[in-house]
Design a protein around this ligand. Structure first.
Ligand SMILES: [Zn+2]
Ligand SMILES: [Zn+2]
Length: 332
C-alpha cells in the first residue's frame, strides 16, 4: 500500500503509491520512438552560420564561427534588464515591471548533441559557462536570484530542438522558492546544521536510493520523490551557491550528470525532462543553512486534480526501485 513521505528539507509531503502503476493508464516510462534528429539544420537559429539570428552574445568559448559554447540574450525572455524594479500599487494590489534577465546557453554547435553524448570537455564547458554567467549576473543591482535550468523534449516545454539551457535572473524570490529557504533556516536554528548536509548523510547511510557517487558528488532518488525517477545531485562539500563550485568539482559534476542522464536514457528511452540548479539567493552565497543542488524531473507523469488541489504528489513508483534501475544502468 501507499505511504506518505515527508521531504525533510522542505517539509512538503508526497504519496508513494507504486500499486497505482498497475492502473490501465500507467507510466510505462518508455517514450514513443520518433524520427532521428539531424546533426545540423539550416533553419535552426542556434546552428553554426546563423549566429546573427540569436540575441546579443554575452559569452563565447572558441572562435566567432568555430565555437564550443555560446551564451546569448534570450530574444523572447519574459524579463527585461532595462525595466524598473519599483513595486507599484494598483488600488489594493501590488505590481511591478518585468525587470530581470534571460539568457540562453547554446551548449554545442552540434544540433543533435545531448547531455549524455556531449564530449566530457564540452560538458565541463557548459558548466563553466553556467558558473561564469551566474557570477556576472549576480553582481547586477536588484537581482535577487539566478536560476539555471534546462528543458529537454516536447513534453518539457521546450520550443527549440538544439541543445540549450536557460538562465533567468529575477528581482523577486517567489514563495515556492523562498519557502524551502525559510524551512532550511528554521532547521539551522533548531539543530545548528545544514538540512541538506543532513539529508545527504542520511541518504548515504540508508544507501538504497543512491544511484552513483564520485569524489565530489552524490546522485540519488530522494526518499520523498514527487515523481518517478526524480534525480538529485548534491555536492558533498557544503556550499550555498553554485558559483562556489571549483574546477575539480565542476569536472566531477559533469561526470555525475552525464552518468545519470545516460542511465536514465537506458531505462526510459530519452524522456522529456526538466533540470534545475537550485542555489541560494544573491547576497546569501555563503550562508550556513543553504546548500546548492541539482534536480532532474523526467516528464513521464502529469499532475492531476489531486496534486494541484492538495499540493501532495502521488508518485506511482517506488524511489528505491527507480534508483536500483538507474544504478544498474550506470554499472555501479
Ligand atoms: Zn541547431
Ligand atoms: Zn550543506
Amino acid at each position: 500500500m501507499g505511504e506518505f513521505r515527508q521531504n525533510f528539507a522542505t517539509k512538503e509531503w508526497v504519496i508513494i503509491a507504486p500499486e497505482r502503476a498497475k492502473r490501465p493508464r500507467h507510466v510505462s516510462g518508455q517514450q514513443p520512438a520518433s524520427a532521428p534528429v539531424p546533426s545540423y539544420r539550416t533553419e535552426c537559429p542556434f546552428c553554426p552560420g546563423n549566429e546573427p539570428e540569436t540575441g546579443r552574445e554575452v559569452l563565447r568559448y572558441g572562435d566567432t564561427f568555430s565555437w564550443n559554447v555560446r551564451v546569448v540574450q534570450n530574444k523572447f525572455s519574459a524579463l527585461d534588464p532595462i525595466r524598473s524594479t519599483q513595486r507599484q500599487q494598483q488600488g489594493l494590489f501590488l505590481k511591478s515591471d518585468n525587470f530581470g534577465d534571460g539568457e540562453v546557453v547554446i551548449e554545442s554547435p552540434i544540433h543533435n548533441a545531448t547531455i549524455p553524448t556531449l564530449a566530457r570537455e564540452s560538458m565541463v564547458n557548459v558548466l563553466r559557462a553556467y558558473r561564469e554567467r551566474a557570477i556576472e549576473i549576480s553582481s547586477t543591482p536588484n537581482i535577487s536570484i539566478v536560476m539555471i535550468f534546462r528543458n529537454h523534449g516536447p513534453g518539457a516545454g521546450t520550443s527549440l530542438e538544439h541543445p540549450h539551457s536557460q538562465i533567468i535572473a529575477s528581482p523577486i524570490i517567489p514563495p515556492h522558492v523562498r519557502d524551502p529557504f525559510q524551512k532550511a533556516a528554521l532547521h539551522y536554528d533548531s539543530f545548528g546544521t545544514c538540512v541538506y548536509c543532513d539529508v545527504l548523510q542520511e541518504e548515504l547511510r540508508q544507501k538504497e536510493r543512491i544511484i552513483y557517487e564520485n569524489e565530489h558528488f552524490v546522485v540519488f532518488c530522494p526518499f520523498a520523490s514527487r515523481t518517478p525517477y526524480e534525480i538529485r545531485i548534491y555536492p558533498r562539500r557544503h556550499m550555498a551557491n553554485f558559483t562556489w563550485t571549483d574546477n575539480a568539482e565542476l569536472a566531477a559534476f559533469a561526470d555525475a550528470l552525464q552518468t545519470v542522464t545516460r542511465s536514465m536514457n537506458d531505462v526510459l528511452g530519452d524522456p522529456s525532462y526538466n533540470y534545475i540548479i537550485r542555489s541560494s539567493p544573491t547576497g546569501d552565497e555563503d550562508v550556513r543553512y543553504l546548500h546548492w543542488y541539482f534536480v532532474l524531473i523526467p516528464k513521464i507523469t502529469t499532475p492531476a486534480g489531486f496534486e494541484i488541489g492538495s499540493g501532495v504528489y502521488i508518485n506511482p513508483s517506488s524511489p528505491e526501485v527507480c534508483a536500483a534501475q538507474l544504478r544498474e544502468a550506470a554499472g555501479t
